[in-house]
Design a protein around this ligand. Structure first.
Ligand SMILES: Cc1cc2nc3c(=O)[nH]c(=O)nc-3n(C[C@H](O)[C@H](O)[C@H](O)COP(=O)(O)OP(=O)(O)OC[C@H]3O[C@@H](n4cnc5c(N)ncnc54)[C@H](O)[C@@H]3O)c2cc1C
Length: 529
């Protein structure tokens, strides 16, 4: 329980102690009356180049909830927060079989962690490898070796975001978000993620954190089966009684499906078992690469080298008069564009950064929204639309996992080129490509409109030598697996569609939160063994 004192402005070099002092003074609270104080959130305001500053929220724990509530009631600039996560209600009664969790990305991982912390012994099936073995498979592919279709940037311990910037920003406002951040810190993430407005972990730190979380689940009595793909179920009509995997079958009292947005074979299996699902709008496009210094310059002007300012990042969007959007997404400051395919003979791009974000280039997806109008209304149509783009990209770029690419100038003029002072980071290499052969006219015209609009907002987007690498297709799930208020499929009474692949999350934090919510629903219904 704490009071939050909002809107405390500071100069970019001002230290935290000073900020806290200013906040307490503003709220008329004596330091000696507090048990604990600290920065709650910090964001950078760089809208005016002549007045770049930080804006903070500061928390003060007075150790007396009643007094805190009273203070907040008398001062509208103060906010009372109850940071305690609600305790799960645990069912007691008969229980047969264990809870099976399919997929060990953020959704499955947090679901299994919370279950295991509350006396349950979940059994996790993950088609990919442990994070260390997975890193070796990914490295091999990036260095020109074969693609491991079960263990890659999309699949394996930690899920899709393991090779990422580890951004933990989310648009959802849920008390479990704080629990997710605190759990990451408990398992080794830097404390700053608790107060940064745009927290990120970086792929380098994320890998060891995930490993420690798995070890904790196992210490608590859970099991994690790697290299094990769930391939089907046995049902008694309305409920699953056994889970089928490629390594054998297991009894299960309930099954969580947290398979992410790339599990195309699993979506087909669920569809053929008449599990209710529908298409969902998602986005496709390119990764754009600029020099990080030109992003910093666009944002900070003459302060671009100021060591107190964070590495520059941006988020831009544009909507045409028909309502179709194009937006930048998953920006990776100081990062790399990464080969992210999970199926043979396809090309997929995405981005990642290390914690320090100290690479030479910045990259972000520039993605155009697509919907039923573009690909059809059958539940798997969006997925096939994305796959078709990935296959075409593979063909166009010479069938060896290079990615089709061009400079912005080449794209805008219709004369593709890769002549640029920016050294591209895509490890498998690029092949010059006319995007008119890859994307349809609507997507290309939206990409052009977006780039023009972003160029008006940020100078680096006017750089004709910026590099566009394609295609970005795994932005979010192309479908939604239906579930009711108890988070259960209306078709099978103990099947829990969960996380991003099921259409209920769009990023690491929101997927983790959905995993926790699913665990809570399971605990209300099933008792521990
Ligand atoms: C390169 C990259 C960078 C990203 N960067 C960020 C970022 O910085 N911030 C952010 O918020 N989001 C980022 N994302 C998106 C983020 O990773 C996802 O939103 C998130 O991981 C979704 O979590 P999930 O648990 O729902 O699914 P996933 O993370 O996709 O996990 C699903 C898991 O299920 C396994 N699986 C699939 N089918 C089966 C089966 N049949 N049997 C057993 N196991 C199965 C898969 O192997 C996978 O490990 C990034 C994604 C990628 C690919």
């Amino acid at each position: 329980m704490s009071i939050i004192i909002n809107n405390i402005k500071s100069q970019i070099s001002e230290d935290a102690e000073n900020v806290i002092r200013k906040a307490l003074k503003k709220a008329d609270i004596r330091k000696s009356d507090t048990l604990k104080t600290g920065i709650y959130k910090t964001s950078l305001d760089a809208r005016k180049r002549t007045d770049i500053h930080f804006v903070h929220s500061v928390y003060a724990d007075l150790g007396d909830a009643e007094r805190e509530k009273k203070l907040c009631a008398s001062d509208a600039s103060l906010q009372y927060i109850d940071s305690e996560v609600k305790k799960p209600v645990i069912k007691s009664g008969n229980y047969k079989g264990r809870i099976a969790v399919t997929g060990f990305g953020p959704a499955g991982l947090f679901c299994a962690l919370v279950l295991s912390e509350n006396g349950y012994r979940p059994i996790v099936f993950e088609r990919g490898e442990t994070v260390d073995d997975r890193a070796r498979s990914v490295e091999r592919f990036w260095n020109g070796g074969p693609l491991n279709i079960s263990s890659n940037v999309q699949f394996g311990e930690g899920g899709a975001g393991t090779f990422s910037d580890g951004k933990l920003t989310t648009r959802i406002k849920d008390p479990f978000c704080r629990y997710v951040l605190e759990s990451f810190v408990k398992f080794g993430a830097p404390e700053e993620i608790l107060f940064r407005a745009k927290p990120h972990i970086g792929t380098d730190k994320l890998k060891s954190i995930i490993k420690r979380m798995r070890e904790q689940i196992m210490e608590n009595g859970g099991e994690v089966h790697f290299n094990t793909t769930v391939t089907g179920f046995e049902t008694d009509g309305s409920r699953i009684c056994r889970v089928k995997t490629d390594k054998g079958d297991h009894d299960a009292a309930a099954v969580v499906m947290a398979v992410g947005n790339s599990a195309r074979d699993t979506f087909e299996m669920l569809f053929s078992n008449s599990i209710l699902m529908q298409t969902k709008p998602f986005s496709v496009g390119v990764r754009i690469e600029h020099l990080q210094e030109s992003v910093n310059e666009s944002l900070y002007g003459e302060f671009k080298d100021n060591p107190f300012l964070p590495v520059g990042e941006y988020q831009l969007s544009y909507r045409d008069n028909e309502g179709r959007g194009v937006y930048t997404f998953c920006m990776c400051p100081g990062g790399m564009v990464v080969p992210s395919a999970s199926e043979e003979n396809t090309v997929v791009t995405n981005g990642m950064s290390e914690f320090l974000r100290n690479g030479k280039n910045a990259n972000a997806a520039v993605a155009v929204s697509v919907s039923e109008k573009d690909f059809g209304s059958s539940p798997l149509d969006g997925m096939y639309f994305a796959r078709e783009l990935e296959r075409r990209a593979f063909e166009l770029a010479g069938r060896d996992y290079k990615a089709p690419a061009t400079t912005v100038g080449g794209f805008m003029s219709g004369k593709p080129s890769l002549e640029s002072a920016i050294a591209p980071t895509f490890a498998r290499g690029l092949a010059e490509c006319d995007f008119n052969r890859l994307f349809n006219e609507k997507i290309n015209s939206m990409l052009k409109a977006g780039l023009m609009d972003f160029g008006r907002k940020m100078r680096c987007f006017r750089d004709e030598s910026a590099i566009m690498t394609a295609p970005e297709t795994r932005t979010s799930s192309p479908l939604r697996i239906l579930r009711n208020e108890e988070l259960v499929s209306p078709v099978l009474d103990n099947l829990y569609p969960c996380g991003e692949g099921a259409g209920y999350a769009g990023g690491i934090t929101s997927a983790a939160v959905d995993g926790i919510k699913t665990a809570y629903k399971l605990m209300e219904r099933f008792s521990p063994e």
